[in-house]
Design a protein around this ligand. Sequence first.
Ligand SMILES: Cc1cc2nc3c(=O)[nH]c(=O)nc-3n(C[C@H](O)[C@H](O)[C@H](O)COP(=O)(O)OP(=O)(O)OC[C@H]3O[C@@H](n4cnc5c(N)ncnc54)[C@H](O)[C@@H]3O)c2cc1C
Length: 292
Amino acid sequence: MIPAQLDYVRPASLDEALRILVDREGEAKLLSGGYSLIPLIKLRLAQPALLVDLQSVPGLDAIAETDDALVIGARATHRDIHESAVIRDRYPGIVDVAGGIGDPQVRNWGTIGGSVAHADPASDWPAFLLAANATIVCRGQGGEREVPARHFFVDTFTTAIEPTEVLTGIRIPRRAAGVGGAYQKLERKVGDFATAGVAAIVRIDAGGTIVGSGIGVTGVSASPYAAVDAESALAGKRPGDDAFRAAGQAAAAMSQPVSDVRGPVDYKRAMVAELTVRALRRATERALAFNG
Ligand SMILES: Cc1cc2nc3c(=O)[nH]c(=O)nc-3n(C[C@H](O)[C@H](O)[C@H](O)COP(=O)(O)OP(=O)(O)OC[C@H]3O[C@@H](n4cnc5c(N)ncnc54)[C@H](O)[C@@H]3O)c2cc1C
């Protein structure tokens, strides 16, 4: 289909982008990689009067570690993230996520900020950001605010970001000794969205006890969720399949999948349980091997 008539601007600064969003509130839509928005516009499921392209706004694609966080700019593409030296060196769970999104073309253009703002219920980044207790950085004309991922994903395609704000980046707690993460995704075929996806982060102390964990689940509910019951089930346990299976059951019990071409409800629940076990196994191996 051919898109409806629209205007297009490419602001050269964040301030200019924010000004346009305020002046044209209700009419303007931000454009990042375009891999979710352009198909919607072509199908006329979205009909913004104005596209505000962020590609000339400087400073939005940096990836850097600070004293307490890994900070990923909103316009970092999935490929930038997958190939980042600091991420490949220290955050293998993030490599799992970035490398499994779509196909090379999607990874070349799609951005983490676009994915997070779009909030597709089957997208991969939210699961990891929930597990990692990340925060989403949003900037409006009044300044910056940080929204915990656990409060950001409100519903299907709905987030806590305001229409006059730009998502500028993601802050993931800096990895410490004894911490490991992993992401496991089931897809119908390579390049597909997740039938189910589970991200796990574990923190294991010197005595070999799980002292902290995060489990994020995607694809099996109206919005990705933190499996808090699974996290509680892991607290104070020794890592191993008994603890992991209990966590998997708890994560699956919180899911609300629908039956569709990707499988019936019971199958999807069983997959959440199994993916949780696999993600926890891998996260644990990585936690035990990481000394900071
Ligand atoms: C064939 C195909 C396969 C895919 N497979 C997967 C997959 O396996 N897993 C997965 O997770 N995703 C998948 N995707 C989605 C892909 O990751 C998209 O790139 C991503 O969801 C959107 O990022 P974008 O940069 O393209 O955003 P856009 O399409 O440019 O924008 C998406 C939405 O976010 C808003 N937005 C963008 N940037 C900002 C910002 N900085 N601040 C506020 N709002 C903003 C836009 O206004 C729009 O509403 C796939 C897409 C395609 C086409």
